[in-house]
Design a protein around this ligand. Structure first.
Ligand code: GLN
Length: 534
């Protein structure tokens, strides 16, 4: 019998509902349960793949090639699982599958309505996750904030779900904010009361309230919330601000949240195993040595766009007993002659991206890294720009470019594959998900990092290194370190005679986990640390 935990959010967005859900996952896993995660996103897009990073933040890519919400990244990192397309479901997917079924005649004779058809489809998706992932506990996060029109069908669906599955098999957790008003010297509970009021109007009585707060929860606030929200006082849990998100599960554990959840779900712990996590978190907090990495990108005002990169830095930092301090540099600001600002960094990373804005700045940053022997990691677009830089400045192919930015370039070193040329639909049509990468150079940074010849990495791109230019690039000294053998596509390039210069067509950041940092990130940070030391 699977147990279900539903996490909703109140008052306002960005309270860390994803981290809270993921943390509950960490805790239940530490007690020996097989946990899976599901995120519902109430927007109408089928997936976030077509959204601007400013709207949505990072698009997290699963192994099976789904473009998903960035919370799935937190889930994978906190629970140590690999998720797939059924672990992130949007309102767009729910509606389109109901409409498809209607067209197929599956509801012949009936009027299709939000209740019971949309809500029924939502419930089916929850059960599917339990079954496919063979989970003992499924944690379901409902995106958005209680009170939004869009999330209503999801809330209605989970209300019915409890009725069907029973009280001892379901649990409602509500995350809210307690604003601190300095002039009154008080934590305010009113927004929480209102938000829980909205939930109760719909028929959902939360079992737990997680209170996001800047200062310790006072006894007074706790009892007020308990009384007004009809939640036992011991189930009003403090979720205090922390600098290090990986500390959140430890804080919840201290509040006794795991035991209380298990008790309510009628489960007994199979083991207790948080020690490793605790030790790892301590290492994050203890690292004193700092390396400064310049991230030269185009969405630098929106840090959420680079979520997995930031987390991969943290993991790689711990492996090197170093704190990685990324600094965000707007690619457009690296105009001719401005590259010198990069000299104060210990490494440069050029991340993925789309469209031509900022491209020339990125290329200048890469040239600077190559010539000044600064450790460099290029990811996806970062790899494509590295190829362009090498072609222009080393091979001297004037005007070399990607056809994404200059369809008329005399040297299309980055181009679409023939099968991508006819693609008109934008949604879900890129090269997505996990593909094999074979390391073909024994003497390479990549081989030294991975210590094996075959690896699997996640992709999200349309363009590729143009094989027509491969030989001439190689002859000029570019090292082709990894390829996708089935189609003979270049996956990793490296620059020789350099302390550490690697650029990948795939996204290594999606595969980094706290206790198993990505080998390329780990070695990149090691090189940066050496640069600093030397
Ligand atoms: N815009 C490039 C492409 O489509 C790179 C994509 C990326 O960096 N994720 O191939």
């Amino acid at each position: 019998m699977t147990k279900y935990i539903f996490v909703t959010g109140g008052v306002l967005s960005s309270l860390g509902k994803g981290i809270a859900s993921a943390s509950i996952g960490t805790l239940l896993k530490s007690r020996g349960f097989k946990v899976s995660m599901l995120k519902f996103d109430p927007y109408i897009n089928v997936d976030p793949g077509t959204m601007n990073p400013y709207q949505h933040g990072e698009v997290f890519v699963t192994r099976d090639g789904a473009e998903t919400d960035l919370d799935l990244g937190h889930y994978e990192r906190f629970v140590g699982v690999d998720l797939s397309r059924h672990n992130n479901v949007t309102a767009g997917q729910i509606y389109s599958s109901v409409i498809e079924k209607e067209r197929r005649g599956e509801y012949l004779g009936k009027t299709i309505q939000v209740i019971p058809h949309i809500t029924g489809e939502i419930q089916q998706r929850i059960r599917e996750v339990a079954k496919k992932d063979r989970a003992e506990i499924v944690i379901v996060e409902i995106g958005g904030t209680v009170g939004d029109i869009e999330s209503l069908p999801f809330l209605e669906a989970i209300r019915q779900f409890r009725l069907k599955e029973g009280k001892e098999n379901t649990l409602f957790v509500h995350l809210t904010l307690l604003p601190y008003i300095p002039s009154a010297g008080e934590l305010k509970t009113k927004p929480t009361q209102h938000s829980v009021g909205r939930l109760r109007e719909i028929g959902i009585q939360p079992d737990f309230i997680l209170c996001r707060t800047q200062i310790s929860l006072t006894r007074e606030a706790r009892s007020k919330i308990s009384l007004f929200c009809n939640v036992e006082q011991q189930n009003v849990i403090q979720a205090i601000d922390v600098d290090n998100i990986y500390e959140v599960p430890l804080r919840f554990e201290k509040e006794g949240l795991t035991d209380k959840i298990l008790k309510q779900l009628n489960l007994t712990s199979k083991k207790k195993d948080l020690k490793k996590w605790e030790m790892w978190v301590e290492k994050v907090n203890k690292a004193k040595n700092k390396v400064k990495i310049a991230v030269v990108g185009k969405y630098v005002q929106m840090k959420d766009a680079y979520k997995s990169i930031i987390e991969a830095f943290t993991h790689a930092g711990v492996a090197n007993e170093t704190k990685v301090c990324p600094e965000w540099i707007e690619a457009e600001e690296i105009e001719e002659g401005r590259e010198k600002i990069l000299a104060s960094f210990h490494g440069i990373l050029v991340p993925g991206g789309f469209g031509s804005r900022g491209i020339e700045g990125k290329i200048r940053a890469i040239k600077f890294a190559r010539e000044n022997k600064l450790p460099f990691l290029g990811i996806c677009l970062g790899m494509q720009c590295s190829t362009i830089e090498f072609a222009r400045n080393v091979v001297k192919l004037k005007g070399a470019n990607s056809t994404e930015f200059d369809p008329e370039t005399p040297h299309p070193v980055i181009d679409l594959l023939p099968e991508q040329k006819g693609v008109e639909k934008k949604g879900g049509t890129m090269r997505l998900g996990e593909y094999e990468c074979r390391i073909i150079e024994e003497n390479s940074f990549s081989k030294r990092a991975y210590r094996k010849m075959v690896v699997y990495e996640r992709h999200r791109h349309r363009y590729e290194l143009n094989n027509k230019y491969r030989e001439i690039l190689k002859k000029a000294g570019l090292r082709i370190a990894g390829i996708y053998p089935e189609k003979d596509l270049v996956e990793i390039i490296e620059v020789k005679d350099h302390p550490w210069f690697v650029a990948t067509q795939f996204h290594p950041e999606f595969n980094s986990k706290p206790q198993s940092p990505h080998p390329l990130f780990r070695d990149f940070i090691r090189a940066a640390k050496e640069k600093k030391g030397g």
